[in-house]
Design a protein around this ligand. Structure first.
Ligand code: ADP
Ligand code: MG
Length: 157
């Protein structure tokens, strides 16, 4: 199920992805390690989610997240990738990313063209922004989870 596990709190290191070219599309996605992905509930739905994210002990930003099938592992393992809705000055590979997954947007889809994919993601981002402005979702931005000491790995505290 998608909603049963939400809100879902997760923290882990940002690792190199498998070069799907997300950054070239203007939508970089910070990938979690296989170990962090394995700690997710096995029955969590693939698809697109929205929530809050913070790098190290930086500010908390809106994000969209994809839980998908990992092509690197012939689609038998999942990948979890976070696009933070913020412009960073530098990459942050190796840093600790803390996220809370708040809501579900849609299942995974195949697109006929790159343009169709990019516009779907832009709609996902707009939907995430709207949803996260709702009072019940805004309050998770202030959750103590984001102020726990950096480096402490606490999945679904
Ligand atoms: P990879 O295949 O290594 O995941 P991407 O093209 O998806 O490469 O780029 C992801 C990297 O871009 C992240 O690991 C992070 O270091 C950097 N990055 C910069 N800005 C953002 C952002 N707004 N959201 C997510 N990652 C970002
Ligand atoms: Mg990526």
């Amino acid at each position: 199920g998608a909603m049963r596990h939400l809100p879902y709190f997760c923290r882990g290191e940002v690792v190199k992805g498998f070069g799907r070219g997300s950054k070239e599309l203007g939508i970089p996605t910070a990938n979690f390690s296989e170990q962090v992905v394995e700690s997710f509930p096995p029955d969590i739905s693939t698809g697109i989610y929205y929530g809050w994210a913070c790098v190290g002990n930086g500010d908390v930003h809106k994000m969209v997240l994809s839980i998908g099938w990992n092509p690197f592992y012939k689609n038998i393992k999942k990948s979890v990738e976070t696009h933070i809705i913020h412009t960073f000055k530098e990459d942050f590979y190796g840093e600790i990313l803390s996220i809370v997954i708040v809501g579900y947007i849609r299942p995974e889809k195949n697109f006929d063209s790159l343009d169709a994919l990019i516009s779907a993601i832009q709609e996902d981002i707009e939907e995430a922004k709207r949803q996260l402005d709702l009072p019940e979702h805004l309050k998770l931005k202030e959750d103590n989870f984001f102020h726990l000491p950096e480096g402490k790995i606490v999945n679904n505290h």
